[in-house]
Design a protein around this ligand. Structure first.
Ligand SMILES: N[C@@H](CCC(=O)N[C@@H](CS)C(=O)NCC(=O)O)C(=O)O
Length: 211
């Protein structure tokens, strides 16, 4: 049975899930959510996810929200991308919690403000503050990846997919691959996996639709 992912192209959190579905050969289809016209906050959408966010994943009778939870479900059900031992699985969770707290959330907000919010609506000082915090996060990631090909163990896992999601987007938010050689090599490594695609090739909706 075909599963459905409620998403939109600009959503980095949805992209993590779309990529995991693609790399595990899942039978799935995207359902476009018109975020830029407020659909995620509509009453109708809140019957699907009271948190008013994408991604939402519907697989038969199972409806899941929060990208980390959905990634865990995909990896458990497919038997792929999930680590080789209990210790690796805990390490995967550690990176996914870090990503949700210190990385994707701050990138998502910075990228939104710089690319999708009119300049006169940007609160003063927030972008430089977040970019400062993100520099520390890039440093941590780059150092970790200087000693290994993937975040946990020797193979690609959902920890990599969670942390890499926003870094494949073309819109500028202050991250330059050339400044972080180990992150750069890691992204190249991920993108060489069979069936890998960029966000706007996996999900409907992109900035050019709204230009
Ligand atoms: N922690 C959540 C974050 C989800 C999230 O922030 N989604 C954004 C799009 S990337 C959203 O739908 N935001 C709606 C809103 O803030 O109104 C996850 O990992 O799924």
């Amino acid at each position: 049975m075909t599963a459905h992912l409620y998403c939109f192209g600009e959503s980095g959190n949805s992209y993590k899930v779309a990529l995991a579905l693609t790399l595990t050969d899942w039978d799935w289809k995207p359902i476009y959510v018109d975020f830029f016209n407020g659909e995620a906050r509509s009453d109708a959408f809140k019957t699907i996810n009271p948190m008013g966010e994408v991604p939402v994943f519907v697989d038969g009778d199972t409806t899941l929200t929060q990208s980390g939870v959905i990634l865990d479900y995909i990896s458990s059900k497919s038997g792929k991308l999930g680590g080789k031992s209990a210790a690796e699985r805990r390490e995967i969770l550690r990176w996914m919690f870090w990503d949700n707290h210190k990385f994707s959330t701050q990138i998502g907000t910075t990228r939104f403000m710089l690319n999708f919010l009119p300049e006169d609506k940007r609160p003063q000082g927030v972008v430089p503050f977040l970019q400062g915090r993100l520099t520390l996060a890039y440093q941590l990631l780059d150092e970790h990846l200087s000693g290994q090909d993937y975040l946990v163990g020797a193979a690609l896992t959902i920890a990599d997919l969670s942390c890499c999601g926003y870094l494949f987007y073309p819109e500028p938010f202050g991250f330059n691959r050339a400044d972080w050689p180990h992150i750069d090599a890691w992204l190249t490594r991920i993108a060489t996996h069979a069936h890998w695609k960029g966000p706007y090739d996996l999900m409907p909706g992109s900035p050019k639709d709204r230009a």
